[in-house]
Design a protein around this ligand. Structure first.
Ligand SMILES: [Zn+2]
Length: 214
């Protein structure tokens, strides 16, 4: 997805979240992560796609707690991610972290290794192709060109799902209870996380996260 500069567009963030959901539900990515808050109905949609969704608390270097959403088809894999990262400090990504994340998030090893050596290495993808991805393709990558049509198809499906979700009329008092957010809230309640500002903020632009997704 395009890197977002300046004020993030909530519609684009929602579409990106659903895009990651489709990629993950189709098994193209083992897990995906949102570093920003999304509406409960988006979390519902991810669950409707057959994904297990959980929140992970990270601690920023200034001590602020940051909530990430992580989802995948394989709840054991999700639990492994949680046990590895929940409660840990957010640091500049070092080589071991980049390798670990590449495995969790389905990025080719060649691309991760190149990124470690040279984050700005030029590749032969078009800007449109590179923008579909959540990793930077390595020069001469063999794996990424196979992923491009799968990613493009997932993006089309995500746009369709997003349109359908937002076209549905929402009437106050008649909506079903948002299952994902209730599950999330109970997880949050059970671990005393309800005071997180990023969970209570209605405006994702005010959250401390850098609006990244992986
Ligand atoms: Zn590669």
């Amino acid at each position: 997805m395009p890197e977002m500069h300046g004020k993030p567009d909530i519609t684009a963030l929602e579409e990106e979240a659903i895009y990651l959901g489709v990629l993950t539900a189709r098994g193209i990515k083992p897990l995906s992560r949102l570093e920003y808050e999304v509406a409960p109905e988006i979390l519902d949609l991810l669950q409707d796609l057959g994904l297990a969704v959980t929140s992970v608390t990270r601690v920023a270097q200034n001590g602020a707690r940051v909530i990430h959403w992580v989802f995948g088809r394989d709840s054991e894999l999700l639990e492994r991610y949680v046990s590895e990262f929940d409660g840990t400090i957010l640091l500049e990504r070092d080589a071991p972290t980049i390798r670990t994340e590449a495995r969790y998030f389905g990025f080719p090893t060649c691309c991760a290794e190149t990124y470690i050596r040279d984050p700005h290495a030029a590749n032969s993808l078009t800007p449109e192709e590179q923008a579909l991805l959540f990793h930077r393709a390595c020069p001469g990558c063999v794996e990424t060109p196979r992923l491009i049509p799968l990613y493009r198809s997932a993006l089309e499906e995500a746009r369709r799902l997003h349109r359908k979700l937002r076209e549905r009329p929402v009437q106050a008092g008649t909506r079903r209870a948002p299952a994902a957010s209730e599950a999330a809230n109970s997880r949050i309640r059970s671990t005393g996380r309800s005071s997180s500002p990023s969970l209570t903020s209605a405006d994702p632009t005010t959250t401390p996260s850098a609006m990244r997704a992986t």
